[in-house]
Structure formats: C-alpha cells, structure tokens
Design a protein around this ligand. Structure first.
Ligand code: F6P
Length: 318
C-alpha cells in the first residue's frame, strides 16, 4: 500500500509530531509513505518524495512543518484538483493524510469526492474545527500568548498603562478567550460576542477608580483591529494606552507536551483510518478519546465558543 501526507494552510506547532506519527505508523505497517511538500500546491506540481524513518528523526520538538505549507487557490478549481489526482495516480498513492485547518478540510473533502481515501488531521492555532475538542497547535499558541501577556503586565503595572493585545483568530475567539482568561485580562473581545466601546471604557475607568494600576485588553483580530481599539480607548478615557500585535509569533515555537502528544495520537489514528475501506474522515479528540468523524458531516460547521468560559472571564475581571 502507498499513502501520502501533506500539511496545508497556516502552520501550527505540533504538525511535525503528526507527520512523524503518520510516517512511523505507516512504516510500522509496511506501507510506503510519501511526503508532499507545500500543501495542495505541491501536490498539483508533483512535489512528492518517499519518506523513511530518518526523514522524521529529530522533529518532534520543532515548530512549523518540515513538509512546508502553502495556500493554493488553484487547487480549488476543478482543473487544479484533476492535476492533483493525476499526480497521486502517477505515484500509485492510494490514500492521503491532510494536516491543517478549515481550508485543508475543504481540500480533503474535495479529493474524497473524487474517490480518494482521505484522513484529515485538525491543526490550527485558531482551534475552530468542528468535530474535535482541540486542534493541534492551539495549546502552544495559547501559552505563547500567555507569556506575552505576563510580560506586558510587568511593564503595564510599572507605567500604569492600558495595554491592548491583538491575537490571531480571523473568525474565532478561542485563542483570545483562553489566553485572556489564563492571563487574567480585564477585557476580552472575540468575534462571537457583541461588545460596546462605551461599556468597555466605563469598565476601565471603574477599575481605575478602585485603584487598578493597569488594564490588559485582549482583542481577537476577527473582533476588531487592535490599533483601532487602542486609539479609541485612549481618546475616550484619556488613559495612556499602548498596542501590541502578536502576529505570527503565535504560530511559531516548540510545541508543548500537549501538542506533541495530540499530534502523535491523531497522526497515528489517521493512518489506521486509511487502512479501512471508504475513508473520508477527520480524526479528532472528544472527551479524551480519539474519534473519527465523516468529512461531509463536519464541513461548514463551526464549533461554538464556550459562553460559560467567557462569562467566567468577565466575572473574574470584575
Ligand atoms: O488560520 C490560522 C491563522 O493564523 C489565522 O489566525 C490568521 O488570521 C491567518 O492564519 C493568517 O494567515 P497568513 O499566515 O496567511 O497571513
């Protein structure tokens, strides 16, 4: 049997652990395993190479993806997908593991609809994939944001300033909410929850009145522009306000233990799935167990932000 693996979309810490698990589990079962570089773009171009045990040596602790990643508009045309399938046929590859986020899920489903067995491994720091409790990369990114908040808190206290911290999360606030709660932020703005500038400023001024020396506002990029919030908060309250945009720092770095273990479990499970007939699944973790869900069932579905967690953050930031 021959299988292939690729990573696509935004990279996430722990992708390498997943690639390693796919390669090693395949070799364990006597399967020929190929790596496709640069995601679906590389698949179209035929950037496909056989992988061996040593291809994945010494990578479990590394961020990014050794297979490189890309976003490929061409793949989402029928011509692009036909070229991709033709490349897989050329190598007699019978199944594909796709590691990535939402776009990767769509790409995987498109190939599955053309008859290719596909297993998608959810990996995105946004953590916005339905069918799994957590995606690879989320834990590491959350810890990266917390570290940044802790550092900013020191300088915020020293100067008695307001700090606005913009996190990633185009459509989802999981990263901002979890890091904001764990970092003790005073205010958390996420795309899923409506917010109001006047109320935000009133809250800041109330905090100041009762002796708070500083405040941290976490803004998910999908909720508002951090620059805009910092300017408006500064204008309305007259408080000394600074902005930090964390940007791609959140995507890099050595994966946490949780992301390494998650990558290993889900990569391994993806190969197991491809050994079964009719694979068109995403693997995931639900209530601590490895699960698989059918791609068409999770497509176009969005996980809900935990409102209780949001309310908790509000209460604790009183
Ligand atoms: O989807 C992951 C993500 O990091 C988003 O949070 C962010 O908006 C986007 O990717 C950035 O994409 P790019 O690296 O292509 O600028």
């Amino acid at each position: 049997m021959k299988l292939a693996v690729l990573t696509s979309g935004g990279d996430a810490p722990g992708m390498n652990a997943a690639i390693r698990a796919v390669v090693r589990r395949s070799i364990f079962d006597g399967i020929d395993i190929f790596g496709v570089s640069h995601g679906f773009h590389g698949l179209i171009e035929g950037s496909i190479e056989r992988m061996g045990l040593s291809s994945v040596a010494d990578i479990i602790h590394r961020g990014g993806t050794i297979l490189r990643s890309a976003r490929s508009p061409e793949f989402f045309t029928s011509h692009g997908r036909e070229r991709a399938i033709a490349q897989l046929r050329r190598y007699r590859i019978e199944g594909l593991v796709v590691i990535g986020g939402d776009g990767s899920l769509r790409g995987g489903l498109a190939l599955a609809r053309l008859g290719l067995p596909v297993a998608v491994v959810p990996a995105t720091i946004d953590n916005d994939m339905f069918g799994t409790d957590i995606c690879i990369g989320f834990d590491t990114a959350t810890n990266t944001v917390i570290q940044a908040i802790d550092r900013l808190r020191d300088t915020a206290t020293s100067h008695e300033r307001i700090f606005v911290v913009e996190t990633m999360g185009r459509h989802a606030g999981f990263l901002a909410l979890t890091a904001g709660l764990a970092g003790g932020a005073e205010t958390i703005l996420v795309p899923e929850v409506a917010w109001d500038m006047a109320a935000l400023c009133q809250r800041l001024l109330r905090g100041l009145e009762r002796g708070k020396a500083h405040s941290i506002i976490i803004v998910a990029e999908g909720a508002a522009s951090g620059a805009d919030i910092a300017r408006r908060v500064g204008d309305v309250t007259g408080l000394d306000t600074r902005l930090t945009v964390l940007g791609h720092i959140q995507r890099g770095g050595s994966p946490t233990a949780q992301d390494r273990v998650l990558g290993s479990r889900l990569g391994h499970r993806a190969v197991e799935l491809l050994l079964l007939p009719d694979a068109a699944h995403m693997v995931g973790l639900q209530a601590g167990f490895d699960v698989s869900v059918r791609l068409h069932e999770v497509m176009d579905q969005r996980p809900c932000l935990d409102q209780r967690l949001y309310d908790l953050a509000q209460v604790l930031a009183i």
